[in-house]
Design a protein around this ligand. Structure first.
Ligand code: PMP
Length: 423
């Protein structure tokens, strides 16, 4: 008898950036340059596909009322769409339950929520908190505030010259028993992909909780918070094709249940008397006031769009563009690339310094060619200082980019050099 054949495992469908651009109305807008838009600033905020824009318009137009409280059809409809966005996001990030996914405004608010609610009730003077030298200010400033308010000490894990976390330094600091390690998954300024599962298991062995800043990973690679073994994760909808004004905090249920609320008022209560208040269950305990209703539905549509592409395919696409750009930029005289060269540990972000041309001048010249890049400190000033830079230029890739964008970037930099230095 013939043995049944195993079903072939379908390879992820390769992403065709040029084809996907048809889904994003931003590419229909004429640029000042008259050239097509080469959008290389998705790490700051991504463009939106028509499906997300339509979902938002439909939510506001046909399905809008306040959520949770209305005992009538339109409110039930809006509530189902709001909670539907939460359920989609729950699956997308590998969370065990929708109760562990709290809607907030953005990753910054998610981290502040943890610093406020978990931090103020768990830290004592002299406790140790760890962050790292490669963090976005959103994963630094809340911990500095928390340390100064509680008397805890905040230390930073060092990074190597090629922009990786120094795991020996991490081990040495973990040996002193920190309460929490706040670490980014993918650096917005260097592109480094940190080995989070390994870091989380080292931290847990040392008794520390782990907060993951997943703002730059959830949009760009498969993320499974349960498999990574972290305790908290923060993300923003606007970086993952979704609307601005909505993001999420994921945390293990027992942590959320034990944490006091962040903001208080309506919606986050189950019963209020003049003497006191019983709080609602998680996640609503952390969602005071009227939330971003249509935006939750829009975020759900963004999750559907990314799921349709497949996050393995998204990652493979960005890896390919990164590798091409890294090589091509390496051929430009006076250009210093930041972050690791290995495409396995580098996401779709490349920052660089160009001798003799300030990043703002370079960005302006590129803009005149229709190429949108970011120039500045990328909200990571301590990181820039680590590399003796005040600013850098950053190109970041997403699903609607392709090799043509890489070629235009490289040609634009060469043209800027000719203009500035007569190269
Ligand atoms: N962390 C990282 C790594 C980021 O890149 C960003 C956004 N640039 C943030 C946090 C903060 O995100 P938001 O501004 O959406 O709160």
């Amino acid at each position: 008898m013939a043995l049944p054949h195993a079903a072939p495992v379908a390879a992820p469908r390769a992403i065709d950036g040029a084809r996907l651009r048809a889904d994003f109305p931003a590419f229909e807008r004429p640029t000042r340059s008259g050239r097509p838009l080469a959008f290389l600033d998705s790490a700051a905020s991504s463009l939106k596909p028509r499906s997300v824009i339509d979902t938002l318009a439909d939510a506001y137009g046909h399905h809008y009322a306040n959520v949770h409280r209305g005992i009538y059809e339109l409110s039930e409809d809006a509530t189902a769409r709001y909670e539907g966005g939460r359920r989609r996001l729950t699956r997308f990030i590998g969370a065990g339950s929708w109760r562990e996914v709290v809607f907030v405004r953005n990753a910054t608010e998610a981290i502040n929520l943890v610093a406020f609610s978990w931090g103020r009730s768990n830290l004592r003077p002299g406790d140790l908190l760890l962050s790292t030298q490669m963090e976005h200010h959103a994963n630094l400033v809340p911990w500095q505030q928390l340390a100064s308010e509680t008397g805890a000490t905040l230390e930073y894990v060092a990074i190597t010259d090629d922009g990786r976390l120094d795991l020996d330094d991490l081990r040495a600091r973990l040996a002193r028993g920190p309460k929490l390690l706040a670490v980014g998954h993918v650096s917005n300024a260097l592109g480094t992909i940190n080995p989070v599962a390994e870091i989380a298991s080292l931290a847990h062995a040392a008794g520390a909780l782990v907060l993951l800043d997943a703002a730059q990973s959830v949009p760009h690679l498969p993320v499974d918070v349960a498999a990574l073994g972290v305790d908290f994760a923060a993300l923003s909808g606007h970086k993952m094709l979704g609307p601005s004004g909505i993001g999420a905090l994921w945390a293990r249920r027992e942590l959320l249940d034990a944490m006091p609320p962040f903001l208080t008022g309506g919606s986050m209560i189950s019963r209020v008397t003049l003497q006191g208040t019983e709080f609602n269950e998680t996640p609503w305990k952390f969602e005071a006031g009227t939330p971003a209703i249509a935006e939750a539905a829009g975020l759900g549509a963004a999750v559907d769009y990314l799921t349709g592409l497949g996050m393995d395919a998204v990652r493979a696409h960005e890896r390919e563009l990164f590798a091409a750009a890294w090589d091509a930029l390496g051929g430009i005289d006076g250009l210093r690339r930041l972050g690791p060269s290995d495409p396995d540990v580098h996401g779709g972000v490349i920052s660089f310094d160009l001798e003799g041309i300030h990043p703002h001048d370079l960005a302006t010249l590129l803009d005149a060619e229709g190429i949108a890049v970011r120039a500045g400190h990328h909200c990571a000033q301590p990181l820039m200082m680590r590399y003796d830079l005040a600013a850098a230029t950053r190109a970041s890739f997403y699903v609607y980019n392709d090799h043509d964008d890489v070629e235009r970037l490289v040609a634009g930099i060469r043209a800027a050099q000719r203009r500035f230095n007569g190269h």
